[in-house]
Design a protein around this ligand. Structure first.
Ligand SMILES: [Fe+2]
Length: 189
């Protein structure tokens, strides 16, 4: 087994641990990785960049390990304090991954996966547009789509067409338009 293969096996196991913490996630990390790779290939990103995005997409929510599980599983709307905790997860995740040597390149991608293309988002809104790592912009679209088409504790799954309409509605504000276009071209193909 090559070093890279061993790393991917380790990351896959970590992703399974993240998803097993919450029944609603149902292989969410794996599906976000699949969608992200489709986008990477459509955009013809270099192989090295794709490898980093593959790892970051599988581990994008690893920081939720540091959040109270009662909050992650809560069926009601979160209060302000609970939201404040959830907003910490990209930073916690980036800090975890940054300490794992071979995964450190994935840290900035994880840190900014909830940054909004047009400004805002969390944990900090310092980056917008193309200053957000491309991997983070890709994961943002892949994550939102998979979240929308699956049940969450506080709402039912949306039909695929409604999720696509939502991606289009938020293109340019929440999402990078060229990433939305690349993803929609892939899933409609
Ligand atoms: Fe997240």
């Amino acid at each position: 087994m090559t070093k890279l293969t061993r790393h991917i096996v380790t990351v896959t196991k970590l992703a399974m641990i993240i998803d097993s913490s919450d029944v609603c996630r149902r292989r969410h990390s794996y599906k976000v990785e699949r969608h992200s790779i489709l986008i990477c290939r459509r955009l013809k990103l270099p192989l090295r960049e794709i490898r980093i995005i593959k790892i970051a997409s599988m581990l994008h929510d690893i920081g939720k390990i540091g959040i109270d599980l009662m909050i992650i599983k809560k069926a009601d709307k979160l209060n302000a304090d609970e939201w404040a905790q959830v907003r910490l997860h990209p930073g916690i995740g980036a800090n975890i991954v940054a300490q794992l040597g071979f995964l450190e390149d994935a840290a900035p991608v994880i840190r900014y996966h909830h940054s909004r293309f047009g400004g805002g988002g969390y944990p900090d809104a310092s980056r917008t547009g193309d200053d957000i790592p491309i991997g983070s912009r890709i994961i943002s679209v892949a994550d939102a789509y998979d979240a929308m088409i699956n049940d969450r504790p506080y709402r039912k799954a949306m039909p695929g067409e409604a999720a696509i309409a939502e991606l289009n509605r938020c293109s340019g504000s929440q999402f990078d338009p060229k990433i939305v276009d690349a993803f929609l071209s892939e899933i409609k193909a």
